[in-house]
Write a protein that binds this ligand. Sequence first.
Ligand SMILES: [Zn+2]
Length: 304
Amino acid sequence: MEQNIIVNNQYIGRFAPSPTGRLHIGSLLCAVGSFLDARANNGKWLVRIEDLDPPREEIGATDDILRTLHAFALHWDGEVVYQSKRHHLYREALDYLLEKGEVYPCFCSRKTIKENGIIGIDGMVYNGNCRKQSNFQSAGKNPAYRLYVDADEISFNDSIIGCYKQNIKNEVGDFILLRADGLWAYQLAVVVDDAMQKVNHIVRGQDLLVSTPRQIYLAKRLHYPAIQYAHLPLLTNRQGQKWSKQTLAPHLDLNHKEDLLRQVLIYLGLPQPIPADSCENILRWAVANWNIKQVPVNSIISEN
Ligand SMILES: [Zn+2]
């Protein structure tokens, strides 16, 4: 399944952090990369806060993220969108798919799935057990809802990585859209929001590359337009682990924000020398010098 990109639209890009902690050098790279690609294409750059999993969130993180973006002169267009206020949109999409017979309830426990599944590209591949039991109701138990996955290979042309292919039937299987605990799955919320916000270019980290075929497949089921993707290299510590809250990524030191910004631009393949100036002016220079084809594919060790 190859997708065609609609070229007449105005470019609309976005940065969509989860408020699980402050921005670090890796998330700054994603913010800057998506910002530059949007601005270099005379596009809009939106910010969406992905706050669908309250137990994982940190109080004050959203404010901190937005303040940090402003400090780096990464000014966004329009209002910030919060996923926590958009449950009705996810519900509408799920109801549409239910009506079309594209999803089914799954009553399997985590244990059953682990015992009967095989390990895939992103966790266990569900064996489709509840496909055959669509009328089955387990008393008092809320089901998860899964999407029927009947496509074999999904491929797309990434602006940085090139052609990426994944057999989602064998490597992922029928995936969850609504969890049994009532939380919306990341895959559904992202696809619905990007379509509702008319996002047509997504520039984000390579940690999400494995999710992209699922999102393309789901968007097709919902008849949403295709999106052009670009996946940025990951920044890692010396052990090769991606910088994140879990790997104790250092906080961004805003007293040295111009140095941090210049560092990120070098990681993104901008030509050197990068001017010593304010963040505003450095970004203006970077927009004029941006070339997505210069962004490296491989992970980068970052000391910050
Ligand atoms: Zn099941």
